[in-house]
Design a protein. Structure first.
Length: 172
């Protein structure tokens, strides 16, 4: 089994602030949300082997705040900056075989579209509720966790992931 965590960066300074988009950093509320998400993952007993992260300032800060709690390796990737779902999926499928739990920290709309693309049709009521929340909105610092019944990352298929959790900062 492989577990995929898709985490959108936390709340950043507004685009209208005059800072180049790539260099926008987290607001205080974003740092607090990322810390809360890290604590949620730790309390839930979640483990992550590797984080693949967009090299934008706001995603790097988010990954570092979460990664500190999870004590895992972080790889920064320029090609994940504002990446479309196909690029995100290619990065996931190329993950090392020994990685059982992988996190991608990135941006919308690509991350939300990737989560929607990978999630299977809901089977049970709780899964349906998570799926509906995911389709409603994937806000900053939201996290989708999907499980895949595969042995290799390259075998991930569309509509095959069980959406085991979808957490937004307001849920914490």
């Amino acid at each position: 089994m492989k577990r995929l965590f898709l985490l959108r960066h936390a709340k950043a300074v507004p685009a209208e602030s005059g800072i180049e988009d790539f260099d926008r950093t987290l607001m205080l509320s974003g740092m607090q949300d990322a810390g809360a998400m890290a604590r949620h993952l730790h309390k839930g007993g979640y483990a992550v082997d590797l984080i693949l992260c967009s090299s934008a300032a706001r995603t790097m800060q988010t990954a570092e705040l979460v990664g500190l709690e999870l004590a895992c390796e972080i790889e920064y990737r320029d090609n994940l900056y504002l990446a479309e779902p196909a690029k995100i999926l290619a990065a996931v499928r190329a993950a090392p075989l020994g990685v059982a739990a992988l996190m991608v920290v990135g941006h919308n709309p690509g991350l939300e579209a990737c989560a929607t693309l990978l999630a299977r049709e809901p089977v049970r009521r709780k899964e349906r509720a998570r799926h509906e929340a995911l389709e409603e909105k994937f806000p900053t610092c939201a996290l989708a966790i999907l499980d895949f019944d595969v042995g290799r990352w390259r075998d991930l298929a569309q509509g095959a992931g069980k959406l085991v959790d979808f957490v937004r900062p307001k849920d914490l």
